[in-house]
Design a protein around this ligand. Structure first.
Ligand SMILES: [Zn+2]
Length: 429
């Protein structure tokens, strides 16, 4: 016990000791909100915050010169599942998960968190977990026990019996002994929706996630069917907003999405089969779209039963057209990837896929920085490079406005003034 305490202290002290005064230099800087690059880039960091952009380098500051690189705000992924791992063997994975103890799942989750941070993602909104693994991971990251992104967590995603959020779907009745109640995310009335929201928040949820329609990876539903009534979604969103939590709805089909939008949901996740009416409603309500285009990477590598494969093919085919229409109609789009459906750490692929669908590189970068920060309610703290915000800073080689793919080659990561990655220093040493 005593040994464990000492090593814990040493580790936290070593993380904390890394904050100080830094002058971070690079050929360019993208502030997360504008359309252009500033040259050269200089950020002065003091403690956990950005002290100034440009200006003079204070005496005694540690100078980090990243050379021919671009400084950007730390990236933000609005749709992750850090407590779940990518496993291309669908049927095997569902059973393997049931064989793992909670501690084993927690240890694996810390690896996913580290991998995500090292890919430049300093903040994530983690939209669905089990056994409070996300709460434990968030708290451990916040107290410096393990490295990882700042997390907003949802605890259990909330949905109807047999729906996309019901973990028991596809197993015989009773196989999972926790598949029937709102404590396990299964709701079947407005009252249960309210209870589940309050239950999740009681145990630490920062955000409420619901499944408004069927899903691709759920074994017993059609991907586009609505799975909650208008009254259930109204109750869920109202209960969450009253307790000052934002809400996110998994929705592939248009009808379920429209119910969620009418209820006042803050973001539609996936949105695969949204029609123009749904997109118009989103623009009118200010609802964000989180397209999760990156799932195609994992879906392509995975082995599915026929029903799931069919759904995956349909979804991947529909995504790009929907995002192009959403862009044309002026719907707000935030970056989110559904990490765990593909390997953790590949999150920056989403910048590239959004640009392929018609976003400018600057637009794509904003979707994963300032726009996502606003969706998460963190716009005062992160998402742009501005004095007073957290020193969440990433560097990519070259110029991302010329080639958005450089976001996949992050070379420097700072979160709240702590350097977690600096490839240039490693190369020199
Ligand atoms: Zn998801």
């Amino acid at each position: 016990m005593r040994l464990a305490c000492i090593s814990f202290l040493l580790f936290t002290t070593s993380l904390a000791a890394q904050t100080g005064t830094y002058a971070i230099k690079a050929a360019r800087l993208f502030d997360g909100k504008s359309d252009t690059i500033v040259q050269p880039g200089l950020i002065v960091v003091s403690g956990s915050k950005i002290q100034s952009i440009g200006g003079t380098i204070p005496s005694g500051a540690t100078v980090i010169d990243l050379g021919d690189a671009t400084l950007t705000p730390g990236f933000i992924d609005a749709h992750t599942h850090l407590t779940m791992g990518f496993d291309p063997d669908y049927n095997g994975a569902r059973l393997r998960l049931q064989s793992r103890t909670i501690p084993e799942q927690a240890i694996r989750a810390t690896v996913n968190a580290r991998t995500t941070l090292m890919a430049g993602f300093t903040t994530v909104r983690d939209v669905g977990s089990s056994d409070f693994l996300d709460i434990g991971l968030r708290n451990s990251i916040n107290s410096g026990v393990v490295p990882g992104p700042r997390m907003l967590v949802a605890v259990r995603a909330l949905g109807s019996t047999g729906g996309h959020c019901d973990d028991g779907a596809g197993f015989r009745f009773g196989f999972l002994n926790h598949e029937t109640g709102p404590e396990d995310g299964v709701i079947n009335s407005p009252d249960q929706a309210r209870f589940a929201v309050r239950f999740n928040i009681k145990y630490g949820a920062d955000v409420i996630k619901t499944c408004a329609t069927g899903g691709v990876l759920s074994p017993t539903d059609d991907v586009d069917v609505p799975q909650l009534s208008q009254a259930e979604l109204d109750a869920l969103v109202t209960a969450a907003h009253e307790l000052r939590r934002k809400t996110a709805a998994h929705a592939h089909g248009a009808e379920g999405a429209k119910r969620a939008i009418r209820a006042g949901i803050d973001s539609i996740e996936h949105g695969t089969f949204l029609d123009d009416e749904a997109l118009r409603m989103m623009r009118e309500h200010g609802t964000y779209l989180v397209p999760t285009l990156s799932v195609r990477e994992g879906l392509a590598e995975s082995k599915f039963p026929p029903l799931v494969q069919q759904k995956a093919d349909l979804a991947v085919k529909a995504q790009d057209d929907m995002v192009r229409r959403a862009l044309r109609m002026g719907v707000k789009i935030a970056l989110g990837t559904d990490a765990a459906v593909y390997p953790h750490g590949d999150n920056a692929l989403e910048f590239v896929l959004m640009a392929n669908d018609g976003m400018t590189p600057a637009q794509s970068l904003r979707a994963g920085t300032s726009v996502a920060a606003t969706l998460l309610g963190l716009e005062e703290k992160t998402g742009t490079l501005e004095a007073g915000k957290f020193a969440d800073i990433v560097a990519v080689p070259g110029n991302p406005l010329d080639n958005i793919k450089v976001t996949q080659s992050v070379m420097f990561v700072m979160k709240e003034g702590v350097v977690y990655r600096n490839d240039r220093r490693l190369n020199r040493d």
